[in-house]
Ligand binder design. Structure first.
Ligand SMILES: NC(=O)c1ccc[n+]([C@@H]2O[C@H](COP(=O)([O-])OP(=O)(O)OC[C@H]3O[C@@H](n4cnc5c(N)ncnc54)[C@H](OP(=O)(O)O)[C@@H]3O)[C@@H](O)[C@H]2O)c1
Length: 353
């Protein structure tokens, strides 16, 4: 019998706008049951690779596709958003950062055309950037849908040439393979990485098991400083919940980097993909957005971010990450359970927040 990780299983789906600021945040105070509406007749979801995890199919729960939803939700909607909450004074969001003038028309390379890279390519090209995207198998294997907004499929050894920004979005264990492909990456280009460490997928990496911050390890592998962004949102939420600046309940995405300008650029690009870029500090701090922490794939708003970042516990997050994987694998292995489209976020909130 096919398991959930193999399916072609279909859900009905609520609109991306359904329950913004109501049901989703009611999940946090747990006063209201999850607002699933299995009979809702709007979008049909293809349950493809679903979660950023090994052994469980990864990729997104898609309403027609995350790319099409992204295009509907994001294009052309980038007004300035609300001021940050008072308790977020030491953190900035994209909207209050002096150096994050919205940038368009940049040359962006994306290494990785999976669940995250493909949506990034679509949204950033729809925003007016000149985007190249590559996978490991060659440009002919990148689907036309990924390229529909104007991104160009290229070979992996071409993607870094002449870009202003390179986004690396491959399984963490594949990051070392990228180094030889960066020969033509301009010295001034900003590198943004989306990766997360899952030992069950990536194998055990001693330095990371020993507590080295994941993005430091990535920097060591690439020989470049990086910005950490888009790692802490599920492919499902990334595909489904893009929203214009100022929308109620808009999801915030933490962005960490050692250089303020690079972090500001990362926050601007997060904004352009439909989420609130949230200043999460330096790469040293970025363990606070790794798997198992309260901000990791729990769909928080900018108001909720500061407290969640503060409450992360370094020693507990790897255990919680692995616990979450076991819970998700168990649930997905049961073909009779009704998981609902946001079950990953619900599991994460239960274990991480
Ligand atoms: N899925 C999520 O929910 C999620 C959320 C946030 C962050 N992340 C993180 O973001 C990263 C990407 O995740 P994903 O879910 O998008 O992965 P994915 O769907 O498995 O896609 C990975 C992509 O990386 C490409 N790739 C692998 N090795 C490569 C190489 N040496 N050169 C060029 N391309 C290479 C693959 O190309 P081929 O298919 O041709 O091999 C594929 O296009 C991971 O580190 C993941 O932990 C994932």
């Amino acid at each position: 019998m096919a398991t959930r990780s193999m399916y072609a299983f279909r859900f009905s789906c609520r609109s991306p706008w359904y329950d913004r600021g109501h049901g989703r945040h009611a999940l946090i105070d747990r006063r209201t049951p999850p607002p699933y509406r299995p009979g809702w007749s709007g979008h049909r979801l293809r349950f493809a690779r679903f979660v950023d995890a090994p052994g469980v199919a990864s990729a997104a729960c898609r309403s027609s596709s995350p790319i099409l939803r992204a295009r509907r939700a994001v294009t052309g909607q980038h007004a300035r958003g609300p001021s940050p909450p008072p308790d977020a004074a030491e953190h900035r969001t994209d909207d209050d950062s002096a150096h994050t003038t919205r940038r368009t028309g940049m040359k962006i390379g994306i290494m990785g055309a999976g669940s995250i890279g493909s949506v990034l390519a679509d949204r950033l090209s729809a925003h007016g950037h000149q985007v190249k995207i590559a996978n490991s198998r060659g440009p002919e294997t990148i689907s036309a849908e990924v390229l529909a907004s104007g991104a160009e499929a290229v070979r992996a050894d071409q993607v870094a040439a002449g870009v202003d920004v390179l986004i690396t979005s491959v399984p963490l264990v594949r990051v070392p393979d990228l180094k030889p492909l960066l020969g033509q990456l301009p010295g001034e280009a900003v590198v943004i990485d989306t990766s997360n460490y899952y030992p069950a997928r990536d194998g055990h990496i001693e330095a990371l098991d020993g507590g080295l911050v994941e993005s430091r390890w990535v920097e060591e592998q690439l020989g470049r400083s990086i910005v950490k962004a888009w790692n802490a949102i599920t492919a499902q939420s990334f595909g489904a919940y893009a929203a214009p600046s100022g929308a109620s309940g808009r999801i915030a995405v933490p962005v960490a980097a050692d250089h303020d300008d690079d972090r500001g650029l990362g926050m601007s690009l997060v904004e352009q993909t439909g989420f609130q870029g949230f200043d999460a500090g330096t790469i040293t701090d970025s363990w606070r957005q790794q798997p198992g922490t309260p901000v990791y794939c729990t769909d928080l708003t900018a108001d909720e971010m500061p407290r969640a970042l503060e409450s992360a516990i370094a020693a507990r997050s790897p255990r919680r990450r692995d616990l979450a994987m076991n819970v998700i694998s168990e649930l997905m292995g049961d073909p009779t359970s009704e998981l609902g489209e946001d079950f990953l976020v619900r599991v994460n909130r239960l274990l991480y927040v």
